[in-house]
Every structure is written in C-alpha cells, then in structure tokens.
Write a new protein. Structure first.
Lengths: 381, 381
C-alpha cells in the first residue's frame, strides 16, 4: 500500500480524523431543558461552589488536550501549526482507540515560550490533562516544567517522556535477556534533545551509574565550550569520568547504545568495539542510526527501532493512552517519575516471553493500555 | 420533570455531554501507517506548502471553538471557567444536532481582555470559526472586534449576534402581522449590554430610524454624565431627538419594546401608553421584563420571550448552528452584518403562517439550520 497517497485520500474524503459526538440524546423539549436552559444551570451552580465537581459533571473527566506549536513534527521539522494538525488528530484517534480517552487536538500560532505557556495555562480548566506534542528543544523543557508547576492537572511532553517510557520498557526486557543489571549497565546515548534528556532521567532513576551522552559535536563533558543550559544539566548528570572524544570513542566497551538522533550515524565498526551482546536502540525516524541488518552482522544481540516494519518497535502509543487513562481515572493533579517507571514496567510485563525480537509488546496488544493505566493509578494513591 | 435534578443526574452518569469520535477505523498495521506515521506525513507536507489545505485534510473543515471565560453565564453571572463548561458543552450538542458542526468547548482561566485575545489568537489555526460565549460587556465588544481584525476565520459573540439575529427574525414577522415598516417603526430598547448593542446595529441596518435605548439609569442621551464608550456609541446611533427621562417616558407612543435587561421592569401601565398593537419582546432570562399574560391584558398584540414554556421563544439555537454551517461550508474568513440579516430573513421565512403566537419557528424545526446555512453561504460568494 502507498501510505502517502492513501493517507491523502482518506484525510480529504473525511475531512480529518476526529469529530464531536453527543453523549446525550436531544429529541424532545424536555431533553433540551435538561441539556440546556434551564436545567443546565444546576451543574453550573454545583461546580461554581466546588471546582473539583467539573470532573463529575463535564467532559473534563475524560478529556486531554493534545497541543503543539508545530515546531518539531515527525521528521518534518518546523512546519507550523496547521500542518501539524494531522499528527495531533492522529494522536486523538490513538487515545480513543487504545484507552477511550477523549483527546482534543489544538495547534498554536506562536513559537514564543511565554505566549505558549499563557495560552495553555488559560485553557487548562477545560481539560483533565495536557499532552504536549512535537515542540522543539530546548523550549519544550521550559514549557513543560513551568506548566507542571502552575497547573493542577498533569502535563506531559510526549516526545520526551512517551519515548523514554517505552525505551525503558524495552531496556527492562533487554536486560532480562542479556542477564545484565541497571547498576552495572554501561550506556551511550546519541542525541541530547527532548527524548535524550528524558531517557537519561529515567535511567538514573533506575540506578544506572555509567552514561555517556553525545551530540553532533561529540561527547558532552562539563568543561566543553558553549554548552546550552540543558547540555550543562546533562553533563552534570552523566559522564562522571568527564571523558572527551567523539561517538566512536564513546561507544567503546558499552553494553547499550540509545540513538535519538539522526539517520546513519552508528557504523558496524563502532558496534564491533562494544561489549559482548551489545544492545542497539536506533530510534531516528524514519531512517534509524543504523539499519537492523547491518547492526546484526556487526554482532548486535538485540536491535530496536522506531519502525513498524522491523521487530521491536519503540512506539509511544504503548505509553501515552494508558498513562492518561490512569491519570484521568485517578483525577490526578500531577505526573511523576515513579509513574513513568511504573508505566514502563507494566509495558515490559505485557511481553509474555521476552526474546531478542520481542522486547516490547505489539502496538495492537489491547492489554497494554489497561495495564499501564492500572500501574499509573496505583502510584496516585 | 424536575429539570435541575434530572440534569445533575444525566451529567454525572455520562461525565458531561460530548466526546471525541474517530472518523477513520484503526484495526490493522496498514490503518496505523495511514492514520499515523509514516502516511500522515503527506497531508502535513501538503498543508505546510499551503495553509488553506488544512480545510481539505483536517477537522478544521467542520470545527468551531465555543469559548468562554465564564464571566456572564445564563442568569448566573460570573461563575468562572469550570462552572461554565456545562453550558459550552450544551452548545456543542446543539451545534452537532442541528447543523452537524463539530464544536469544541473551551473555557479560559482569565478575565483579562489582552490575555483572552492572545489565547484565542494562538489557538485559532485549529478551527474553522470561533463562537465566543457568555463573556461580559464591555469586554466582549473589544475581544470580538480585535479578534475579527486579526484572524482569518469568522468570529461571533453569540450573546450579541445570535440574540440579535433571532430577535430580528421575530420582528420581521411581527411587522408583517401588524402592517408596519422598518422605516417608520418606533422602537424602545431596555438594556445596553451585549445583546442590546447588536440589536441596535441590525435594526439600523434594516432602516429603522427611531430608536431610544434605556439602561438602569434611564434613557441614554449623548450629553448624559459618565457614559461608557459603548453607551456613547449607542447615544450616537440612537435617540436623534436627544430625549431624556426614564423607561416610562421612553415607551410612550412606541410600536416595539425590546427587553434585554432584567425581570419585571416593564409594567402594564407602560404598555398602555404605547401605540396601538404594541409588540413586546421581553427576553430577560429566566423571568421576562413582563409576564406574557400581563402584557396581553395591557393590550400587547405580540409577545415574545426567551422561554420555551410560552409562544414565540427567541432562542439563539435558531441562528448559531446554521450560521456556522454556512460559514464552514464556504470556508469563509469573515462574518458580516449582511450575513446576519440574511440569516434572520431565512429564519423568518421558515414560519409558514406567521401569526401573533408564531413569529419564529420551533427550535426543533429541522428546516431552519439548512435554510440559515444556505442564506449565509449565499453572502460568501
């Protein structure tokens, strides 16, 4: 199937992918008096006396916003708000399908951090959660951090944490297969953007002590020139021995390579310098840091990518529907690192017999979202 | 039926009134590749090359936002964003039912004019139109005016224009019944808020020359102390003879009373001083400026209210679904006075045999929204 032309055809025929449905039938004058005036005044009054009752009487109970400024969309980059709408609608379809969450796509006509924060803060009372999407680094970090501080609903930038959660799920099963522990794991990460930072945070939380991170200029170390704020933070969190060098230097004697970067940067020669049974997460989209067949011939034991046409697809859809299902069910005001870890462990457990070609469940495994929701809900107690 | 308790019950059981529905089925890996990556990139690319194609490939084609700050909700006043959600969801149900428009309820956590304008400007690329709702005067005037100037989608504050359009429809049929013309009509309006101003603008456009407007301090005249900006404008547009006095003075020898004010301010004695066959639009909610039976006993020929339990209900639902249906179908960037008049004429024509108790169609008349949509669309050519 030619996905591009089929996609254009279906989108044009239907006018996008989501619509609004009424939960209440409206056939009689009585219905109208219940749904609208005068009856509707009663839920309004109850909520005005206690804002929390919006979860009882309105769609806030089951609704999240999927919000983007269109600045870092798929592999397409900064394509602007309207052009990012098909992706946001796609996420809404996935939210509905896998977790019965009502997700509202909203795109913003600004890439100014302050304006974006203001707009989202203002619309927040409408929703039970905020899924930030495809916002470029480093703005995504400040936008998410400040919104989490100011809002009483959970906020998640999916490009960071969705990716990190599913990556962690895959790593959990990879360690079982290769008999390694988080404590002794030697990790190299290529890519210090949105996803890279979130992966580092989760790995640290899991007890990983030895992580080296590279960007396009090579290894990030604390005395390197011109480090951005985020990279300074990364330097503080990783590379304890303060090594310098390039990616080739960094991969030597490592157990796990995590690529959240650009196509083709990892070579067979580099993999050959890694420890035995190396594990490769090559998640650049649509073309990975190294193609699976090359990685295998260089000795990789386990290979994961972002693609559906290879085994071990690291796909955010395993995480975000269940995470928000759990948060909405718990009416949670926050979203924490322990919840992400619980979600990753739940995803990992959905693989019955982990093997080199089965470290994460299929995206169509319907047990995943409920398991994730349950795990997240347990953290809310 | 006890509408209040029934309303609470239904809202709580269902968690509000609207949800998100997927237009595309998602059952196979191929579906996922069409709806999401990699296929979704193609509509994104097409829109990035031409923003207008968002109408072809996304839900923008059929979607409006129903946006409120919760500052002037029903008869309840300033109850805040969360508490106004049930009303916004109710409008979304009406939009869907009567015109198959997908309306997204959004409430804003600010009553600052600049913040509201910024938030709506930022989210505008998502939608094909903006329905402002229940925003208090005078902020509603500036918010609507400035958004109309800056956005390339139509914007309507329904409390102003929806009310004005349906009022005008009722007046058109009232004039047929009483054999009067707009040119010679002598009008008194009580209430200089959101709806009052919009009614004045439409009546002027229809050729009415003699309008006097009262607020709680009496007749508005151009040399009156401490006039707000809006009331100065009203003074310029009306009361050519610059009369002074109170409502009792203003109603004398008038043909038509339009109340968009507060309960009980019009008395039988006042109606008796009006011209023969007086027409009374007493639209204060939920209790009219005068109850219909009193108005009738004082000699009123035609009486309209905002209530469903009396004849001649002036209900915005006759206007807004069809207006936005027409605007979306035409992909209109603007919403103009001629469109409002065309909508009012279309509503008036839906009454087959206008009579004193039938000046507007039933809210359940399914021919109204398509007729209004058609009339609005005709103005877009």
């Amino acid at each position: 199937m030619d996905y591009s032309s089929e996609s254009l055809k279906r989108h044009k025929k239907l006018g996008g992918k989501v619509s609004i449905a009424s939960k209440m039938s409206l056939e009689t004058k009585d219905d109208l008096s219940v749904i609208y005036t005068p009856g509707v005044a009663q839920p309004c009054i109850e909520i005005s006396e206690n804002r929390a009752k919006a979860y009882d009487y309105t769609f806030k109970r089951n609704t999240v916003a999927v919000i983007s400024d269109g600045s870092a969309v798929l592999g397409l980059g900064n394509i602007g708000p309207e052009a990012s709408l098909p992706v946001m609608e796609g996420k809404a379809v996935l939210f509905k399908k896998f977790a019965d969450v009502d997700a509202i796509p909203i795109v913003l006509d600004s890439q100014d951090t302050e304006e974006i924060i203001t707009a989202i803060k203002l619309m927040a009372p409408t929703f039970g959660g905020i899924n930030l999407e495809d916002i470029s680094a480093p703005r995504c970090f400040e936008i998410e951090t400040r919104l989490k501080e100011m809002l009483d609903i959970p906020v998640m930038h999916d490009d960071q944490h969705g990716t990190a959660v599913v990556t962690l799920a895959g790593i959990i099963n990879s360690l079982k297969i290769t008999g390694r522990s988080f404590e002794d794991l030697r990790v190299v990460i290529n890519g210090a953007g949105a996803a890279g930072k979130a992966v580092i945070m989760l790995l640290k939380e899991m007890g990983v002590r030895d992580i080296v991170v590279c960007d396009s200029r090579g290894v990030i170390f604390s005395t390197r020139d011109n480090l951005s704020d985020v990279k300074k933070e990364i330097a503080d969190l990783t590379n304890e021995k303060n090594m310098e060098g390039n990616l080739s230097d960094a991969v030597k004697n490592r157990d796990l390579f995590i690529g959240v970067s650009v196509p083709g940067v990892l070579t067979e020669e580099m993999i050959k310098t890694m420890n035995d049974d190396p594990v490769i997460f090559a998640m650049a989209n649509p073309t990975p840091e190294i193609m699976p067949e090359e990685a295998r011939s260089a000795g990789a034991r386990i290979i994961a990518t972002g693609r559906s046409d290879f085994p071990n697809q690291i796909n955010n859809v395993l995480a975000f529907p269940g995470i928000f299902r759990g948060l909405l069910d718990a009416r949670s005001a926050v979203l924490t690192q322990p919840m992400y870890i619980a979600a990753a462990e739940a995803i990992a457990k959905c693989v019955e017999n982990p093997g080199p070609e089965q470290i994460v469940p299929s995206v169509f495994n319907e047990a995943v979202a409920p398991a994730v929701a349950n795990a997240v809900r347990s953290c809310c107690k």
